[in-house]
Design a protein around this ligand. Structure first.
Ligand code: C2E
Ligand code: MG
Ligand code: MG
Length: 574
């Protein structure tokens, strides 16, 4: 053996020892098996064991269980063959607390080149580690749900094997905005946490989940790509939401819409995060299609959807300037008294004509206005315009029992809603008794909160209708607690009036009459529908049978014909 080389190796070790040692060093010397022979005071201070307890024990007395077996195997392999090992170790003190040490272990070799002793020199890095953990937690994890965020997703992506199939699930909670609006933000947070827990339960170790922000979650499956396997997983997720989420004994039905894209991770390394971005975008697009189907379902990405996504983004862009560019108009559709055949009121309905997209349905753009917060200024504009119009008609001698305005739940919850409405009533000088506000069942879900606003509205003198009744969760008995004037039976019941629907419609009419509500049937298109509703003593109707929504300028003529029309005359036309 080369003596000089051996000597240099020994000297190098001494240097290692010298550089590692300073006054804050934690030092231990063990025999070749790892049995402690000597420790300094710093060691006992940190480990909380006495010297007597330590000397004679195996060094693994301070093991924390944090590191894998492979980690220690590697350490022993290094020092066992006479090499210096450096690394960071998490240890456990006698009192159960953990500490991190930056460690250098130097072996001493006997004449045969075998280690007979090890010296371990350590420094306490617990503070730094905690700091790093916090930073990591803040940078890579969502604070509300403790799920990883997008930054960690990038790291996950970098560790994937190339050519693997990556299936992306993009989830969005259905109507989360209205859950938030109706139950409050604290409840919204709890719902998000519980949703995260349920999703977490579906995952395998190799899968990855991210809270994308808001009510959106992304799940990535590594190498699950067969259609039936992916569908089974989607079914498992949907199944997680069969049971309601409980909030202080209140059961809330939460569902999600899921978009799915199945992709292959090609071997170009540099563009990994870009590739994953694209996979996610495709799943996001498919998610919108699941939404369109009414939610609580999943949808696979297809090529034609990618085109729809562009339209959506364009709509979002155009809507921001629609109000200032005068692209909104308001049309009116009459309410008819079913016994008299006379026009009793009008519903105002918003229309949007975009120069680039053409006429877009409110079913499509109202949710977007709500999401963008634009429903507040647009809603104010509608109220003001309708009130001015009402005043103008009254000045012309056109008197209707009421003109109604649809109010979004987002508006209703806005703190300035009542204040703004008061100002509009004052400015336009109309009698509030002629103004009716249509609220959806969803908007009044949380009775205790909405009751205050609705009572204030009643005190102002405006009347209240419940729109699309029958499609939401409210029961008639609970509406009894609120000062409501009219129930509008949703048009879906009127359109397919077969036996089941008749039972529902009858029940709503009978109970509403007992509670002294006016009942209006929406979406009457045929004489048969009208005749049936008349026979059931439904008070009012609205629908294409009489008129589609029309411009304000067409109302005087409509008013003059329908006012004089006797009901019999009206139906004898058929
Ligand atoms: P809604 O308040 O239930 O309005 C009634 C909808 O039914 C209108 O659709 C109307 O055109 C349509 N309709 C009326 N009669 C018939 C019929 O006989 N058959 C059929 N198939 N449909 C009929 P529109 O104007 O497309 O509005 C859709 C929804 O958009 C409204 O439902 C309402 O929820 C919302 N919306 C419309 N305008 C406004 C608005 O100014 N503000 C707010 N917040 N929402 C609005
Ligand atoms: Mg309405
Ligand atoms: Mg309706």
């Amino acid at each position: 053996m080369n003596y000089e080389a051996e000597l240099n190796k020994e000297l190098k070790k001494r240097q290692d020892i010298e550089t590692a040692l300073n006054e804050s060093s934690i030092v231990a010397i063990t025999d070749h098996r790892g049995v402690i022979q000597l420790v300094n005071d710093k060691f006992t201070e940190l480990s909380k064991y006495t010297k007597e307890e330590l000397v004679g024990s195996y060094h693994n007395i301070v093991n924390s269980g944090y590191h894998s077996r492979a980690f220690f195997h590697n350490l022993w392999k290094t020092i066992g063959t006479g090499k210096v090992w450096k690394g960071e170790i998490k240890n456990k003190a006698k009192d159960g607390t953990y500490y991190w040490v930056d460690t250098t272990i130097v072996p001493f070799l006997n004449d045969n080149g075998r280690p007979y002793q090890y010296i371990a020199i350590r420094h306490d890095i617990t503070k730094r580690k905690q700091y790093e953990e916090t930073i990591k937690q803040l940078a890579y994890y969502d604070q509300l749900t403790s799920l990883p965020n997008r930054h960690l997703l990038r790291e996950w992506g970098n560790n994937l094997e190339e050519n693997h199939m990556i299936t992306v699930f993009f989830l969005d909670i259905d109507r989360f905005k209205s859950l938030n609006d109706n139950y409050g933000h604290y409840a919204g947070d709890v719902i998000l946490q519980k949703v995260a827990d349920r999703l977490w339960r579906c995952l395998r170790e190799s899968d990855f989940i991210v809270r994308e922000g808001g009510d959106e979650f992304i799940i990535l499956l590594d190498n699950v790509y067969k259609h039936e396997d992916v569908e089974a997983f989607a079914g498992e997720i949907i199944g997680q939401f069969e049971k309601p989420i409980y909030l202080d004994h209140q059961a809330i039905k939460v569902t999600t819409s899921i978009g799915i894209s199945i992709n292959q991770l090609q071997s170009e390394y540099d563009d990994r995060s870009k590739a994953i971005e694209t996979f996610i975008r495709k799943a996001d697009t498919a998610m919108y299609h699941a939404k369109k189907q009414g939610g609580n379902t999943y949808c696979f990405n297809t090529q034609s959807q990618n085109y729809d996504m562009e339209r959506y983004q364009q709509m979002e862009h155009e809507l921001r300037f629609a109000l200032e560019n005068d692209q909104f108009t308001i049309v009116y559709q009459p309410f008819i008294g079913l016994q008299s055949g006379q026009i009793v009121g009008l519903e105002s309905l918003l229309r949007w004509h975009s120069p680039r997209l053409g006429t877009v349905s409110p079913v499509e753009f109202i949710p977007l206005l709500e999401e963008l917060g634009l429903i507040i200024p647009v809603g104010k504009w509608i109220l003001k315009s309708v009130c001015y119009q009402l005043k103008a008609w009254q000045d012309e001698g056109i008197y209707l029992q009421r003109v109604s305005v649809n109010v979004s739940p987002v508006q209703l919850r806005h703190r300035d809603f009542i204040k703004d409405l008061k100002a509009i009533l004052t400015d336009t000088k109309i009698d509030p008794a002629y103004l009716d506000l249509e609220l959806t069942e969803g908007a009044i879900l949380n009775v205790s909160e909405s009751a205050a606003v609705i009572n204030e509205l009643q005190a102002l003198g405006v009347s209240i209708s419940i729109d699309d009744f029958g499609t939401g969760y409210s029961s008639l008995s609970y509406l009894k607690q609120l000062p409501i004037n009219t129930l509008k039976i949703d048009k879906s019941f009127i359109h397919n009036l077969d036996f089941d629907e008749e039972v529902i419609v009858n029940t709503i009419i009978t109970m509403a009459q007992n509670l002294n509500f006016t009942v209006l049937a929406e979406g009457i298109e045929s004489y048969d529908q009208l005749a049936y509703l008349q026979s059931q003593k439904c008070h009012e109707g609205q629908g294409f049978y009489w008129s589609k929504p029309v411009n304000a300028s067409a109302i005087p003529k409509l008013y003059n014909t329908m006012k004089h029309d006797q009901h019999d005359a009206l139906i004898s036309k058929h």
